[in-house]
Design a protein around this ligand. Structure first.
Ligand code: 5AD
Ligand code: SF4
Length: 508
């Protein structure tokens, strides 16, 4: 908490969580009703804009759960009574985009809705410099909090409402609430969550990262590794299954090191084994895996269990052992290739995707060629490719020999071509086969596929329309079917491969 802040705690507030936040959810609701802002006729709206990775999207679902319990209703744009930005700081462009949005929402608040509540949270707010910048340059921001205490949104909102009330009597008072915790405390379970989808869900299994790759800011903003107790994870997955969720994505910065620090002596492989037996769950995915911790046991359980998707996201970062050492990745090019061979020997049809950074400080043409060689040899199904972005406070930011921009761009383009070739070649192997598909949306959408709206009328008249679904290998397929199939797993014949997606037809 910063020095100019007063966090007001009613004396009767419970000290333990989640009881404390459930208490503040009620207090917020009461205050909003008392002040006439919320009633049967008068609704309050919220909007959350999420940047970055799946962990952030999952955190936003939790924020939304609390806000909806207070009585806010979700809207799709920033013309809302409460707007939250859940920020990312992994690369510079993520931060730049956030600033653009804040400028925009500031204008809406000034011109249309001065009593609007604007909040900023997430990874960027774990950086003290960024908090200072927000405070100085964007005085219209009401609430600032970080990743470690986002479960406290109800308490922070309550404080703001109290502050605003006090300001009515004493206009010189500052109302904004800033609460950023430097370190993570325990994991808070059992707060309300609003799942974005009714048929697939992300489930956190661990938080934070202890790996300190030299380019990466995540360990500084997400804190040390903490695993959730397996009983809490199993309970959440069982609950999701009972509500009809078919696909679960287990989330963590380094899922392979799940269990470290827990008393129960459980590994990620053992957790996967147990989760894959939960009735109703048809697909289990997980991300992200660190190559240094991908054990034989994990490969074994993946190959034994039908429900675990034949897909692994395994960030390579670089194909040069020399650079991997400078990146503090704890594996060599050969180790990575050995892992890939093991995965393919156990599961010949496995899709392997990756992350690659181009232009890490000191990257030579030779280093880069090694990255291309590994890509050729592995034949990745797809890759997220990133231009190295200097993050203040990370060791690599101070490394000499930052690579000139034009060299990086040229390498980046060469890498994209190699990846595009292997993705298309791998994808085309499924042409002519029948596959299980989880139907995601009406219409043809996303992931480089053509876009075509389907029949999204409210009444399901049983008519056939355009549908989009996802295969186990994570690629999309477009086909025709009834809209009632959304959320179901169906068998689809793959008629044609369009490099990054497929055209198919329902197997009757
Ligand atoms: N610059 C570029 N890419 C980065 N990543 C993490 N930090 C940086 C950085 N400073 C990439 C890595 C990681 C993915 C989530 O983001 O490839 O796997
Ligand atoms: Fe960042 Fe490395 Fe941790 Fe991934 S494993 S979050 S790249 S430090």
């Amino acid at each position: 908490m910063l020095d100019d802040q007063v966090i007001i705690s009613p004396s009767e507030a419970p000290v333990s969580e989640p009881e404390r936040q459930l208490f503040y959810i009620e207090r917020c609701r009461e205050m909003l009703i008392e002040s006439g802002l919320l009633s049967e006729e008068k609704k309050l709206t919220y909007h959350i804009s999420t940047f970055g990775c799946q962990m952030n999207f999952r955190d936003s679902e939790k924020l939304a759960g609390v806000l909806e319990s207070i009585g806010y209703e979700r809207v799709d744009d920033e013309k809302a009574d409460l707007v939250l930005y859940n920020t990312c700081t992994v690369r510079e462009n993520a931060s730049t985009r956030v600033y653009g949005r804040i400028g925009y929402v500031g204008k809406i608040k000034k011109e249309k809705n001065p009593s609007m509540v604007i909040g900023i949270c997430g990874c960027m707010m774990q950086e003290p410099d960024e908090v200072e910048k927000m405070k100085k340059s964007y005085s219209f921001i009401d609430i600032i909090f970080g990743t470690h205490n986002s479960y406290k949104i109800a308490e922070l909102l309550y404080t703001l409402l109290i502050n605003r009330k006090a300001k009515e009597k004493k206009p010189s008072l500052k109302t904004h609430v800033i609460d950023v915790q430097k370190e993570a405390t325990g994991i808070v379970e059992d707060l309300p969550v609003r799942y974005d989808s009714t048929f697939r869900a992300g489930v956190n299994i661990m938080y934070g990262c202890d790996n300190f790759c030299t380019y990466c800011i995540v360990p500084y903003v997400r804190g040390r590794e903490r695993s959730r107790k397996s009983c809490d994870i199993i309970r959440e997955v069982e609950d999701l299954a009972s509500r009809g969720v078919k696909e679960i994505m287990l989330l963590g910065q380094n899922v392979n090191s799940y269990g470290k620090g827990l008393d129960e002596g459980i590994t990620f492989a053992a957790l996967l084994d147990r989760l894959s037996d939960i009735k109703g769950i048809k697909r289990l995915r997980f991300m992200t895996s660190h190559p240094k911790d991908l054990s034989d046991d994990i490969i074994d359980v993946m190959s034994r269990k039908e429900t675990i998707c034949r897909h692994i996201h395994l960030p390579l970062q670089s194909g040069s052992s020399r650079l991997l050492k400078k990146m503090n990745r704890h594996y060599t090019k050969e180790d990575f290739l050995t892992l890939v061979r093991k995965l393919r020997a156990a599961m010949p049809d496995i899709a392997i995707t990756t992350d690659i950074i181009v232009g890490f400080p000191g990257e030579t043409e030779e280093d880069f060629k090694e990255t291309l060689d590994v890509c050729e040899e592995v034949s990745f199904d797809s890759a997220f490719t990133f231009i190295y972005s200097k993050r203040t406070g990370t060791p690599a930011a101070a490394f000499p020999d930052q690579v000139p921009e034009d060299v990086v761009k040229e390498r980046f383009d060469r890498l994209l071509k190699v990846i595009a070739r292997s993705s298309a070649a791998n994808a085309s192997r499924l042409t002519g086969t029948d596959r299980d598909v989880l139907v995601e949306t009406v219409g043809h959408t996303g992931d480089n596929g053509e876009t075509r709206p389907g029949d999204v009328s409210e009444v399901d008249d049983g008519a056939v329309t355009a549908l989009t679904g996802r295969l186990g290998n994570n690629l999309l397929v477009h086909f025709e079917g009834k809209r009632s199939l959304v959320g179901e797993i169906v068998r689809v014949h793959i008629d044609e491969c369009k490099d990054f997606y497929y055209l198919g037809s329902l197997v009757k």
